[in-house]
Design a protein around this ligand. Structure first.
Ligand SMILES: C[S@@+](CC[C@H](N)C(=O)[O-])C[C@H]1O[C@@H](n2cnc3c(N)ncnc32)[C@H](O)[C@@H]1O
Length: 257
């Protein structure tokens, strides 16, 4: 079944909505939104994409804001299954790609365990698109041959952290940190303690692709201080390619000058 095949009643489509600008959604994602009877929408999904939904479609906000509005994952899973069992075409619209720190597979499993057919429509992940929107390529010939995408939702050394910061510091890859605004000081410290050169370029891109996008540049030694005022959602890029960042944050530039 191709990604543009019609959505059938009683099925779920897990749609990656891209980094926030509706123009960066896929054609298949838009088609699913247009057909949906019910849309379950995350806070980072592109709001403007809801204009493509049918006027009679039911839109349910299931935001999971850090320290804010919260719909437990189990409740979202139940809603997907309940609406599909009522014969509706259900679209689960998420930010970025549903399988990159998006709990997408949990939702796929909830559907398959309930015998609800589910289709995955991949999205443009912010982990690559947001750096690009800030002028940063995640790889660059002759400079870096790979990139590592990590979650900073818990700091290094936290019992729930599964990351090896020594290996990351030595990896020779561009490091891309999602959900790491509050933990950036601890993350940059851990990388330097593990041997990463403090002069390594770094950049923070906040609200990538939105009219109020901010790009803050610096080095791994000072990026946490320079970007201390930045609010989520933001992505930090650490590595030589970060020197390509197109700085747009006049607040920081004024301070530096
Ligand atoms: C829960 S993760 C979801 C990632 C998503 N599934 C993806 O593939 O892009 C949310 C994090 O993605 C990053 N993010 C998503 N959209 C962003 C944007 N437009 N600008 C900056 N960061 C963004 C931030 O680090 C944010 O905290």
């Amino acid at each position: 079944m191709g990604s543009l095949a019609p959505l059938l009643p009683g099925t779920v489509a897990l749609v990656g909505g891209g980094p926030g600008d509706a123009g960066l959604m896929t054609v298949a994602g838009r088609s699913a939104v247009e057909q949906a009877d019910v849309l379950l929408v995350d806070h980072l999904a592109p709001e403007e994409a809801l204009a493509w939904a049918r006027p009679d479609a039911l839109v349910v906000d299931v935001a999971k804001l850090p320290r804010g509005a919260f719909t437990p994952q189990e409740r979202i899973n139940d809603l997907l299954v309940e609406h599909a069992r009522r014969g509706r075409r259900v679209v689960r619209l998420k930010g970025g790609d549903g399988f990159v720190f998006g709990r997408g597979m949990e939702e796929v499993l909830a559907c398959t365990e309930a015998d609800v057919p589910v289709r995955v429509i991949p999205g443009v992940t912010s982990s690559v698109a947001v750096p690009a929107l800030g002028g940063i390529p995640v790889t660059h010939r002759g400079v870096v041959q790979g990139f590592s995408v990590i979650s900073g939702h818990v700091p290094p050394g936290h019992p729930a952290s599964t990351l090896d910061y020594g290996a990351l510091a030595r990896s020779g890859t561009t490091l891309i940190v999602l959900m790491g605004v509050a933990t950036l000081p601890a993350i940059t410290e851990a990388l330097m303690e593990n041997g990463l050169d403090p002069a390594t370029p770094a950049a923070v891109i906040a609200r990538g692709g939105h009219p109020d996008q901010q790009v803050v540049s610096g080095s791994v030694a000072d990026i946490a201080v320079r970007a201390a005022h930045v609010e989520p959602p933001a992505i930090t890029v650490i590595g030589e390619v970060a020197s390509f960042a197109a700085a747009t944050d006049t607040h920081v530039l004024e301070e530096v000058i």
